[in-house]
Write a protein that binds this ligand. Structure first.
Ligand code: F6P
Length: 508
């Protein structure tokens, strides 16, 4: 960390810690300062309310100084210009170009690849591959979490094709999909950036076998490959016309916008996919063009850094008060923990403080009746994000949605205000922070903006910590050891050896 950043952190550490209720009392402009509406170009918008966090004008000023010292503006420009921002792999990170915001050449390439995908999606809808009612999408991590979330959120009522995302190598996962699909009308999407991930390739082989055993004479003719390694897909046997490539510079956990989003386009039609890209692009432009804490993603990162580095919070929680976003916490776990769960800086030096907190969460109101006890009265301070939608996703009695939102807002208010009691067991300390993201509606465009917001928040956090959010070497060692176990080559510690023996997988 450079001297200016160290200086900024030491200033930040000197701030008093007034409680949230007095912060509101002391600054009548607090809501206006920290709660901001983001308008979407297609209509509608999203309210980002960070007023129930401990951010103050003074803290923000010092965080802006920190951002300057860490070269935030240059790092952001480098990201959008397609420069190398992933130094350990000597790569750019060009997911925004998929949304039309980036270097001209990369945007043009993305548009051409999208056009190819659009033609295939439309051809399938028109019957080019026969009657298609189901899609089994096999992929894992970034090749599964994004499409699973987007399809679950947006294809509930009007799915043109019924999508089953299968990631787990445990055959029980695939068997569940088989039960729900008719082989005569099922396509297989194999989603893998590397086209080499053992879970995905094993699952793909099993789907082909299942199709073959169930009367499909040419199972290979049912496969669509979504990959940054098109040559490997062709080698594996996928016809080139059904390979939808994406650039190597799009990272796995940032790849929903590329051909990895194919299941959404197939399930809801191309227009929804395009609108999701547009919503994300609107957030890209906001992130690129807005300075200081008016930049919503940077503002959120200031709060994240405050809680993690200055208040010692080891976790942050996300609660989706909308069933359509039930998979969002899982998606954010990979985005944030795989990106920023690092222990060295981009220069390879040990980091000077904690990096990504553990992201966890669930859906409201279920989580209220399970884990909120700890949030209200436990000894851990957990900053919480609540995410909801003003418009309901259901057609039932409006009471359902009213009760849902009422609970969402009540939790934020209760966490902040608390309530004293003479009985310690019934006392709520309060002063517990939360942010609320409230969409007018959960449509493709607002979901695109919501995800892009979190991508840029993650990037902004990485810049403030000086780390590279675009590599993930931490996942490699376990994979390597699994390969060694498979080859029976290695000797292991006594515990692992005895487990292998117990499962009949040892060398003994
Ligand atoms: O092992 C982690 C990881 O590399 C993730 O970063 C990635 O999203 C996932 O595996 C799947 O990789 P692929 O898309 O290459 O199959």
């Amino acid at each position: 960390m450079n001297d200016a950043a160290k200086e900024a952190w030491s200033h930040l550490g000197l701030h008093p810690e007034p409680d949230l209720v007095s912060l509101f009392a002391d600054d009548p402009q607090r809501l206006a300062l920290l709660s901001t509406r983001f308008d979407l170009p297609q209509g509608g918008g999203i309210q980002f309310d960070w007023s129930k966090t401990h951010l103050t004008r003074d803290l923000i000023k010092d965080f802006e100084t920190l951002a300057g010292a860490m070269g935030f503006a240059d790092a952001r420009n480098a990201l959008f210009a397609g420069e190398v921002v992933n130094p350990t792999e000597h790569r750019a990170a060009e997911h925004t170009a998929q949304r039309g915001v980036g270097s001209e050449a990369s945007v043009e390439e993305a548009q051409a690849l999208h056009q190819r995908m659009k033609l295939l999606v439309e051809a399938i809808h028109e019957g080019a591959l026969g009657e298609v009612r189901h899609l089994i999408h096999v992929g894992i991590g970034g090749s599964a979490l994004g499409p699973a979330m987007a399809v679950d959120a947006l294809a509930r009522d009007l799915a043109l094709v019924d999508v089953h995302v299968v990631s787990n190598i445990d055959g029980c996962a695939l068997e569940e999909a088989f039960k729900a699909c008719d082989p005569q009308t099922t396509l297989l999407a194999v989603a893998s950036k590397t086209f080499a991930t053992i879970e995905t390739m094993t699952n793909a082989e099993s789907v082909l076998k299942w199709l073959g055993e169930n009367g499909i004479s040419d199972p290979g003719g049912r496969v669509i490959a979504l990959t940054a390694s098109p040559e490997k897909a062709v080698e594996w046997g996928v016809d080139e016309t059904r390979v939808l490539p994406f650039p190597e510079t799009v990272g796995g956990r940032y790849s929903l916008w590329s051909s990895i989003g194919f299941p959404l386009a197939l399930a809801t039609g191309w227009d929804d996919f395009a609108q999701m890209l547009e919503g994300a692009a609107a957030m890209d432009r906001h992130f690129l063009d807005t300075d200081g804490a008016a930049n919503l993603c940077l503002r959120a990162a200031f709060a994240d850094q405050y809680y993690s580095r200055l208040r010692g919070c080891q976790t942050r929680a996300v609660f989706a008060y909308d069933e359509r976003l039930r998979l969002l916490p899982d998606y954010l776990q990979q985005l944030e923990m795989e990106s920023n769960g690092k222990r060295v800086t981009a220069d390879g030096e040990p980091v000077s403080g904690p990096t990504a907190p553990i992201t966890w969460g669930g859906v409201g109101t279920d989580a209220q009746h399970a884990v909120f006890q700890l949030l209200h009265q436990g000894t851990n301070l957990v900053p919480v994000d609540f995410i909801g939608s003003i418009a309901p996703g259901d057609d039932l009695d409006p009471a359902h949605h009213r009760i849902l939102l009422m609970n969402c807002f009540a939790q934020g208010a209760a966490l902040m205000a608390g309530r004293k009691s003479d009985d310690p067991a019934r006392s709520y300390p309060g002063d517990r922070p939360s942010a609320t993201i409230l969409c007018d509606d959960l449509d493709a465009s607002s979901i695109g903006a919501l995800i892009a917001f979190h991508e840029h928040r993650t990037f902004a956090n990485a810049v403030l910590m000086g780390i590279n959010p675009f590599d993930q070497f931490g996942v490699e060692l376990g994979k390597e050891i699994a390969r060694k176990i498979e080859m029976g080559q290695e000797t292991f510690d006594p515990s692992t050896t005895s487990l292998l023996d117990a499962a009949g997988m040892g060398n003994a």
